[in-house]
Design a binder for this molecule. Structure first.
Ligand SMILES: Cc1cc2nc3c(=O)[nH]c(=O)nc-3n(C[C@H](O)[C@H](O)[C@H](O)COP(=O)(O)O)c2cc1C
Length: 193
């Protein structure tokens, strides 16, 4: 099996990571991998912001404040979990989508392209010996969260967080489902038309 296939088949998310995060050169590679996501209509919908060092745990404070301001305070246990998660994370990539301003390409397709970019970043991080974790917790779906993080409230949709670093505890190999349970053949003579 090629080393590329081995990398793809061994990727797994790791939530609790610490330094070292990616070096500047590694981060460039990870972000270049994001630019290889399929992108219908060449919309280039990917918008990212990088939080590093002390700005990472500060993300929780932003979520707490926005949730409070919107009258939907985050439950204490969720805040505690978020603080525990981000305490040692060296890098969080804030993920957003700017859909086609001309409306030719469906918004959903631009969001799918951002998701594909995130997948590429997870795989790139793994190929570089790092681990990542994609989260839509911590206020992702609050109305004002994207703007609070510096995304344009008019046309940039905040989509969550991608943490990258080095596992604090050695990860156990993940159990994966048998792909055959999710796949079937399709033949024209069975079409329901
Ligand atoms: C869009 C998206 C959002 C996610 N948000 C969360 C989250 O908020 N909290 C969480 O525990 N896992 C979340 N996950 C799942 C983890 O990122 C991860 O995929 C999961 O723990 C399984 O690990 P694996 O990637 O090794 O299969 C999310 C996954 C996706 C695709």
């Amino acid at each position: 099996m090629s080393s590329v296939m081995e990398t793809l088949l061994s990727r797994q998310s790791v939530k609790f990571v610490q330094s070292p995060g990616p070096s500047d050169a590694q981060l460039d590679l990870i972000l270049q991998a994001a630019m290889r996501a399929p992108d219908h209509g060449a919309v280039h919908p990917w918008r990212f912001a990088l939080a590093q060092g002390a700005d990472v745990p500060a993300l929780v404070d932003v979520a707490v404040r926005i949730a409070q301001a919107e009258g939907k305070p985050l439950p204490e246990h969720k805040v505690a979990n978020a603080r525990k998660w981000l305490a040692r994370v060296p890098l969080v990539i804030l993920l957003a989508c700017r859909p086609d301003p001309n409306g030719r390409i469906r918004v959903e397709e631009s969001r799918l392209s951002v998701a594909a970019a995130v997948m590429n970043m997870l795989n790139a991080a793994h190929a570089l010996g790092l681990h990542g974790f994609w989260s839509t917790g911590m206020g992702t779906y609050l109305d004002g969260m994207g703007e609070a993080l510096g995304f344009d409230p008019l046309d940039e949709h905040f989509m969550g967080y991608l943490a990258i670093g080095t596992p604090i505890d050695a990860p156990h190999p993940a159990q994966r489902p048998d792909h055959r349970a999710f796949v079937r053949a399709w033949r024209m003579d069975q079409a329901a038309v």
